[in-house]
Design a protein around this ligand. Structure first.
Ligand SMILES: [Zn+2]
Length: 267
């Protein structure tokens, strides 16, 4: 079932969003799609509402994180098993009520408040609140359930920005989602777990997933690097095989300090 949704919606994250609504694990979901998937979503037995505006994409890559309201672009759908909830989500977003939209989509209240107070940064930083989430977190080691750094590679259990990487409510939700996925497809659950258990470096010029990380002292050793944009930093990280973590926003590579990065180790 997840495979078919993935194929039709073009992304695993979107497939999981719809899957979790179908399995009653999420009350409603918000799906952005290049294609008009209205009829397809209806055919799954869901109540579907389509936004009156479109979303213009502001980034490249497998999974889009950045977009803005526009006349032309991708379509936005709200799905739920409850027709009133799908319509409510549509109206809340049309009215710019992000706080209540988040609650309608089942996001934790603490994270909806966090989004509301970081709204201006969300718009300024091309819809990217990961740095704000990290800045609200202690240290750089976090439970893998809250790993939203892999969203740039089409893997995440959460569809909101947690108020911190230690957010308990988000952790509980992600755990619940993974167990629902596991019941239907242990293959997908294993794939998601494997990808979320890792280290990540997130910078304004790209995101880098470090596979099989091992922390020894203040150094993270890793087997390979998956970049979402191929650039000099990606090649350097690939050649080195390890980085020194000075703090969550500073790493040392080749004896040079790289500041204003976001580094996270998920276990
Ligand atoms: Zn929270």
């Amino acid at each position: 079932m997840i495979d078919e949704l993935h194929l039709k919606l073009g992304s695993l994250i979107k497939a999981l969003e719809v899957f979790l609504v179908l399995k009653d694990a999420k009350p409603a979901s918000r799906i952005i799609s290049e294609e008009d998937v209205y009829l397809y979503l209806k055919s799954l037995g869901l109540c579907v509402e389509k936004a009156d505006f479109k979303i213009k994409r502001l980034d490249k890559g497998q999974y889009s994180n950045k977009g803005e309201k526009a006349k032309e672009g991708r379509s936005l759908f709200y799905v739920s098993k409850n027709p009133e909830l799908a319509a409510k989500a549509k109206n809340l977003e049309a009215n710019g009520d992000d706080y209540n939209l988040g609650l309608a989509l089942g996001y934790p209240e603490c994270c909806c408040k966090f989004f509301e107070s970081n709204k201006s940064e969300f718009k300024e930083k091309d819809n990217d609140l990961l740095p704000a989430t990290l800045s609200a977190s202690d240290g750089f080691m976090f439970p893998f359930y809250n790993n939203i750094a892999m969203r740039y590679f089409d893997y995440t259990l959460l569809h909101h920005f947690p108020c911190s990487f230690n957010c308990e409510k988000s952790n509980e939700l992600a755990k619940k989602y993974l167990s629902v996925i596991e019941k239907n497809s242990s293959r997908h659950a294993a794939l998601i777990r494997k990808n979320l258990l890792g280290a990540a470096i997130h910078t304004p010029i790209g995101s880098y997933a470090l596979a099989n990380p091992k922390l020894i002292g203040d150094e993270i050793f890793y087997d390979s690097v998956k970049p979402n944009e191929d650039n000099n930093l990606a090649r350097l990280l690939s050649n080195l095989g390890s980085i020194k973590v000075m703090d969550k926003n500073t790493i040392k590579i080749n004896n040079e300090l790289l500041k204003n990065v976001n580094v996270m180790l998920f276990f």
